[in-house]
Design a protein around this ligand. Sequence first.
Ligand SMILES: Nc1ncnc2c1ncn2[C@@H]1O[C@H](COP(=O)(O)OP(=O)(O)OP(=O)(O)O)[C@@H](O)[C@H]1O
Length: 620
Amino acid sequence: MFVHKMGSNVRKSLGFILHTYLKCHIFALVLIFLSFFFVLSTTAAIGFLTVSSAVTMSAPFFLGRVIDTIYTSASDAETMTASLTSLCIMLAGVFLCGGACNAARVYLMQSSGQQIVRNLRASIFSSILRQEVAFFDKNRTGELINRLSADTAVVGRSITDNLSDGLRAVAQAAAGVSMMFYVSPSLASFVLLIVPPMAGLAVIYGRYLRSISKRTQDALAQATQLAEERISNMRTVRAFGKELSEVDKYTQKTDHVLNLAKKEAVMRAGFFGVTGLSGNMMILSVLYKGGLLMASQHMTVGELSSFLMYTFWVGISIAGLSSFYSELMKGFGAGARLWELLDRKPEFPLNEGKILPADQLKGQLEFCDVSFAYPTRKEAPIFQNLNLLVPAGSIMAVVGTSGSGKSSMVSLLLRLYDPDAGVITIDGHDVRDLNPYWLRSQIGTVSQEPVLFSCSIRENIAYGATDPDAVTTEDIYRAAKVANAYDFIQMFPKGFDTVVGEKGVLLSFFCEIVSFNHICCFFPKNPKILLLDEATSALDAENEFLVQEALERLMEGRTVVIIAHRLSTIKNADAVAVLDQRRIAECGQPTELLGNRQGLFRKLMEKQAFLQEEQQRALI
Ligand SMILES: Nc1ncnc2c1ncn2[C@@H]1O[C@H](COP(=O)(O)OP(=O)(O)OP(=O)(O)O)[C@@H](O)[C@H]1O
């Protein structure tokens, strides 16, 4: 039974190692991984391992000979000195060679290991970035970051340094046992009776460790998730004075991790305690039985010493094997989630599908009988049989109460999600047939959220370019001028080289970020279609004017969908669509819709005008 279980575990372990290596071959930077250097270094490491293990395991045998030399020629001092000196010089040379091989093995395995971790990280990151947007609704940022950093490190360690040490332990244990049988078969059979129960214990321990390791990695991912969310929303936490309660929540999560780690520690302590005890019992039994064999002239003192040293080595190798097994099981636990990520095929292709000739694209948009619910909230439909036509080159304003689905329309047009029923077309082509890369390159978007990376303003502006390195300073200045943002950027001491913090927090005014954001989104795509999501809602009057002016310039000759509440943004629209009850309830020219006293648009605008009046009165 145990043998069977051991066999299946060994098979699983080998499968796991092979899987890991193969995954890296498939997903990682294949060229580097399969490069001559890697194959060569791994082969060399195995060669060094063989030599260093052979040296280590031959040492007890020769040391036994040294002892016998001392013991048998003790009466003749001259002979003893001569043979002892030559034996010791020879052995010192062999040991030196073994030490050097061992050092080379460790270096080669470590550097190959780092290469594997790097490739694994690159593959996981690439796989994450290829996933559809709905995947990110279901999987939180902190958790994914944890997989990318902590889990890859655990898997990397378990199949590199650990594997190298494990192979060494296997080689030494095998050589040690063989030498024990060579030196004294009867003593070896007696001592090795302890191995089967130890193997059974290792199987039980390995299973437990694998499951607890998976639970620990999951708990750690949850803690990282919480920390990531709170740190990235620090202003909200501070505004609500929630620092202490958030610390409590985080502490609870880390306590959970700690509890699991304690359970693992108890198990480890028990296992290592038992293995240590068995090692000592083995030594004791060798001394006892070996002493008896010496007394009956069946063994020399040198042979008993050699045997004792082999027993030590086998004991150390078994301890090394159990730690190898522990790390491997931890790797199993952490690896399970990584393979899920690596194996996951994105629901939408990233760069496949029809590409229309650029000069033929007119930009007519149409929603035909579209029904949609977010994959994470299938029970709450956002649209049901929604129809809307935006003629090419026209400006369509979409209005509706908060949560009516305005931004969701933008997400569908960008094909961040697919509708559950109906079709969305561009110039009559179903967006699902079009190449998503190409589609998005034809659409300029401005969202409510400022989208800036923590690098210089110059780099942020060039981000949209196909080849950011080819963007000249003149291009960047021109784009900033088009967006009326050149002057405020130049006001920073470092101008366009100012480094923007996370979410652009180093830029002093939010409005500046929003205007700045506009440039980033339009430059340098020159898109046929613009989607503006409440573009000016957070601006003060002066900046709104600047941005509005820039936008009007940019809207010329393009199909534009504006999502805005303000009359000022809507007044330039050719038509207004009012979203209500999961469909377009009204659609027509703004003046026409305002004329309908019972209409939804009129009511929305009245409500807004009333709110503005209230605000003004409050200020007076
Ligand atoms: N990724 C998502 N997953 C699940 N539900 C979502 C997601 N994004 C938005 N929703 C929900 O879909 C509904 C419509 O959201 P949407 O942002 O499209 O409305 P909106 O009209 O643009 O609202 P607002 O004017 O407040 O921006 C809301 O109830 C929102 O909570």
